[in-house]
Design a protein around this ligand. Structure first.
Ligand SMILES: *[C@@H]1O[C@H](CO)[C@@H](O)[C@H](O)[C@H]1NC(C)=O
Ligand SMILES: *[C@@H]1O[C@H](CO)[C@@H](O)[C@H](O)[C@H]1NC(C)=O
Ligand SMILES: *[C@@H]1O[C@H](CO)[C@@H](O)[C@H](O)[C@H]1NC(C)=O
Length: 385
């Protein structure tokens, strides 16, 4: 009680003796500047008396990690621009410009070569001797250093899971202001929740299905150019599936014609694949040689785990008319499909023209085979998705 009265008397006395109390006038406008540039914060005061100091402090007065930068026009901190931030231009990190504006005095705090750490609040206050700091006039200014988004180098770029598993893809970003993060699929397909994109750093993929495999892109944008992107590959383990491009293939015998059998195998990890032939009620494995030639083509369009295999049965003979099996295995399972080679009177396939056998009739058959191959390939693609 006595203390309050005493304080009141002191204040009343100082007002009478010195006129008005010191004050910070107007707002300290926030400053938004790109990294590496120079920021300015203005603190304008009136009624500053002898013995009172106008100070700038980094941080909020009651906050942690605060430090005093200046007192009137004197800098109180180490004032070199950190090594590596910029070549030495001889200019100090901080500077105070004092401008007399009649009754007002403006203390401009200059902060050079702005870095991420310079972002934040700055307090301007008037230090008054023999008074509790909580009564000192003060105002808060803000310096926002814009930093274009970037991605953490610790992010995983490949995720592998089994069908039915769960994954959370996480996008770790830096930037100021904090970037908005979106996830989408690279191929433009919908995410599992039937949306084209998902907001936020985490993308949860639960109960994974085959169709969830592929590349996912995380984009971080905070309006400071350029946005950052990161691609994550999701691989899903599953057992092989074999598709015959055509279940039956025809060819004429004994005229040095070849027959081409084609099979598409999918699965992850990429299955090992071989061909088998049924002969005299027994199946045996076919290998490259005088009678057969096999080929393996990875599908580029679908990059993940589809492989196209062909078996060329050379110089088709009567004992080649039988069943062939495209067999694929990985550690999650095994699958096969059957392709039947049957006898035709005329040559089949695109290589008949050069052999000049049946004229226009053969040509017609070739074109038909070609078209039906194309249709079945398209149909398989369609089934697959
Ligand atoms: C500070 O004051 C100067 C001079 O009036 C002005 O040019 C500058 O824009 C001000 N800066 C801020 C951040 O308000
Ligand atoms: C995946 O997440 C779902 C829903 O959160 C949960 O029910 C399921 O058990 C999880 N599966 C695995 C393999 O952890
Ligand atoms: C983030 O996105 C929201 C909604 O679209 C937008 O209002 C906000 O300005 C964005 N923030 C940044 C930092 O770009």
């Amino acid at each position: 009680m006595y203390r309050t009265l005493l304080l009141f008397l002191v204040v009343a006395w100082s007002v009478t003796v010195y006129g008005q109390l010191p004050e910070i006038v107007g707002e300290i406008f926030p400053e938004v500047k790109p990294k590496g540039s120079t920021g300015y914060l203005n603190c304008t005061v009136v009624n500053k008396q002898d013995g009172q100091k106008v100070c700038w402090q980094k941080g909020k007065m009651e906050g942690i990690d605060t430090f005093d930068i200046s007192e009137d026009d004197r800098i109180l901190v180490a004032n070199n621009i950190a090594q590596g931030e910029r070549e030495d231009s001889g200019e100090p990190k901080y500077e105070i410009i004092v401008t007399n504006l009649g009754l007002r005095i403006r203390y401009t705090l200059i902060v050079r070569v702005l870095s991420d750490e310079d972002s934040g609040f700055y307090t301007c206050f008037i230090r008054q001797q023999n008074q509790n700091w909580q009564t000192w006039p003060s105002k808060l200014g803000e310096l926002m250093v814009q930093v274009a988004p970037s991605m953490s180098v610790t992010m995983e770029s490949v995720y592998e899971r089994q069908i039915g598993g769960n994954i959370t893809l996480t996008c770790l970003t830096f930037g100021n202001p904090a970037p908005n993060i979106t996830w989408k699929r690279e191929d433009g397909k919908y995410l599992p929740d039937d949306k084209s994109q998902s907001w936020g750093a985490d993308l949860k993929l639960i109960n994974l299905k085959k169709k969830d495999r592929g590349n996912y892109i995380c984009v971080a944008d905070n309006s400071v150019r350029p946005p950052a992107r990161f691609t994550v590959e999701v691989k899903i383990f599953y057992s092989p599936t074999c598709f015959a491009v055509q279940n039956t293939v025809g060819q004429a015998q004994n005229r040095r014609f070849n027959a081409k059998l084609e099979c598409i195998v999918e699965g992850y990890p990429t299955p090992s694949m071989h061909w088998e032939k049924l002969q005299n009620g027994e199946r045996y494995q076919i290998s490259d040689g005088d009678d057969y030639s096999t080929e393996k083509l990875s599908s580029t369009e679908n990059m993940i785990s589809d492989t196209w295999y062909t078996l060329l049965v050379k110089n088709v003979q009567a004992n080649d008319y039988t069943e062939y099996y495209c067999v694929a295995t990985n550690r999650f399972g095994r699958n096969e499909t059957t392709i039947r080679l049957f006898e035709t009177m005329e040559c089949q396939g695109p290589n008949c023209q050069s052999i000049k056998t049946g004229g226009s009739q053969a040509l017609c058959a070739c074109t038909l085979t070609l078209i039906s191959t194309l249709i079945s390939v398209l149909f398989l693609r369609f089934l697959n998705y």
